[in-house]
Design a binder for this molecule. Sequence first.
Ligand SMILES: NC(=O)c1ccc[n+]([C@@H]2O[C@H](COP(=O)([O-])OP(=O)(O)OC[C@H]3O[C@@H](n4cnc5c(N)ncnc54)[C@H](OP(=O)(O)O)[C@@H]3O)[C@@H](O)[C@H]2O)c1
Length: 331
Amino acid sequence: MKKILITGANGFVGSHLVVEALNRNYKVFASVRKTSNFSHLPLDKIQLVHPDLSDKNKLKEFFDSNETFDYIIHNAGVTKTCKKEVFDTVNYQYTKNLIEALRETGKIPQKYIQISSLAAYGPGDPISLKPVKDTDAPQPISLYGESKLKTEKYIKSIKDFPYLIFRPTGVYGPREQDFYIMFKSIKKGLETYIGTKKQYISLIYVKDLSRLLMDALESEVVHKSYFASDLHTYTAEEFNNRIKKALNAKTVQLVFPAKMVKYLTWLNEKLSCKLFGKIPTLNTEKFKEISQQNWLCDSSGLVYDFNFTPEYSLEEGIEETLNWYKENNLI
Ligand SMILES: NC(=O)c1ccc[n+]([C@@H]2O[C@H](COP(=O)([O-])OP(=O)(O)OC[C@H]3O[C@@H](n4cnc5c(N)ncnc54)[C@H](OP(=O)(O)O)[C@@H]3O)[C@@H](O)[C@H]2O)c1
């Protein structure tokens, strides 16, 4: 039985990776913090582990006291925070700790996957609308993106480490919490946009992403990086229309000027961080990203190297996601 370590196993993407790994009969070591909410994980089928990613020496003790994992997916990451320096600490420094600990203990897996983000490369040109390519010069526009890019550069500098890097686009599916806000808003009859220009986006359904990542682990390919999307191009309006159709909802379109949203976002973040120490979903770093027009990317490498085709159409993915929100009384 192959052993796989999945970090951030309780999170949205991580919990789906756990399910896919179990489907493939792996022995799953689900790495979570002691403070994490992991009640939704299949605790009878997995082994929970708590390696401290913040401390290289503790990580070395962890790897020394375990057999070598066949596969590792380093999925834990911070996507929003009140303290901006945390992006670098968690996304970059913790990854460095993890990889150094693996190398120093000689517990290097057969394959290591790093979950990066399209944000590491930043948006594409808003005029030409060309998809961002792996060979383009990365131009992240957020601190989150910068931290992911710094991590990628570090990993690529290690020549004898069997890594693959995946940069997912917008991932949607059961348990997701950011797109969920759109589902809720559309259910209430409000369809919101920033500015009047069309926004082009790429997406991937979380189960397609999980299947792709496991296929990549089992492949012979190493030392490469990919944008992970479902190979389609969408507009934000198309995405909203699909949700609208699935909900059988009627909506009013509200178009807010970018400057106004930027200011309200700033104010909301200031108040929420100061009063509750909690970063809102729509925050100043996120605003930089969601106000861009071109989030298209070239994922053709997935087809060449892993024969990837998505199993879910947007319609099917949205329907399954909505059903999950309904079953969990979230909508
Ligand atoms: N969702 C997307 O659309 C998307 C797109 C591109 C890339 N990604 C990447 O995919 C990965 C998973 O994201 P997600 O959407 O599933 O987010 P998520 O639901 O917030 O999950 C993040 C996971 O990382 C863990 N984590 C956060 N800070 C940590 C820390 N300081 N120490 C240890 N663990 C920590 C969380 O643990 P706790 O529960 O204990 O906080 C959680 O398990 C991230 O690396 C993210 O950058 C996501």
